[in-house]
Ligand binder design. Sequence first.
Ligand SMILES: Nc1ncnc2c1ncn2[C@@H]1O[C@H](COP(=O)(O)OP(=O)(O)OP(=O)(O)O)[C@@H](O)[C@H]1O
Ligand SMILES: O=C(O)C1=C[C@@H](O)[C@@H](O)[C@H](O)C1
Ligand SMILES: [Mg+2]
Length: 188
Amino acid sequence: MIKAPNIILVGPMGAGKTTIGRLLSQSLGREFYDSDRIIEENAGADIPWIFEKEGEDGFRKRETHALECMLHNQESVVLATGGGIVMREENRELLIKSDALVVYLYASVSQQLHRTSKSNHRPLLQTSDPRATLTALFKVRDPLYREVATLVVETDSRHPKSVANKALEAIKRHLKSESKTQNANVNG
Ligand SMILES: Nc1ncnc2c1ncn2[C@@H]1O[C@H](COP(=O)(O)OP(=O)(O)OP(=O)(O)O)[C@@H](O)[C@H]1O
Ligand SMILES: O=C(O)C1=C[C@@H](O)[C@@H](O)[C@H](O)C1
Ligand SMILES: [Mg+2]
C-alpha cells in the first residue's frame, strides 16, 4: 500500500505550527510530533538550557537529527518543526527530497511578535528589540520557507481552528490533484 505523505509544518516563531499541527493531527487521525519537543525529550532538558550549554549550533545539530528520525518513521504523521529548521541546507534538502507535504504557515512580523510576547521560552527572542530580531530573521527565512514548501497558508487575523480548516482544505485539494496526475500517467 502507498504510504500517505507526512505533513510537515514550517514557518516563523508564532506562526502557530505547534497549535495548528495538533489540530490537523486530530482532524486527520494521525499522531502529532513537534521537533522542539523531540529535541527536549532526547536531551532531557529544555530549549533555553540547550542554547545556553551547547549554543545555537548544538541545538541545530539536534534539530537535524530529530528531522531525520521523523522522516524515517514508518507511520504517516503530522510534524510541527522549529522556526529555524530551514537554516541548515542539509535540512532543506531533507525536506525537499522527502515525499512529505510541507506547509508554510505564513504570519506577518506583527502577528509573530504578538503571539510570542507571552512566553520567554524562545532564546533568540530574549533581546532588547524582539521586533527587530523577528524582522531580521523573517528577511532571511521567508525565502527559505518558500523554497521547501509545497503549500503556503496565511494565518494572520484568523482563529487557530479557521487556519487548521484552511490548511486541511488546501492539503486535500493538493492530494486530490496529485492522485489525478498519477492516474493519468498510469492510464496513458
Ligand atoms: N491563528 C492564530 N491566532 C491567534 N493566536 C494563535 C494562532 N496560532 C497560534 N496562536 C497562539 O500563538 C502562540 C504561539 O503559537 P505556537 O506555539 O503554535 O507557534 P509556533 O509556530 O509553534 O512557534 P515556535 O516556532 O516558537 O515553536 C500560542 O499562544 C498560540 O495559542
Ligand atoms: O526560530 C528559531 O530559530 C527557533 C524557534 C523555536 O521553535 C525553537 O526551535 C528555538 O527556540 C529556535
Ligand atoms: Mg512550536
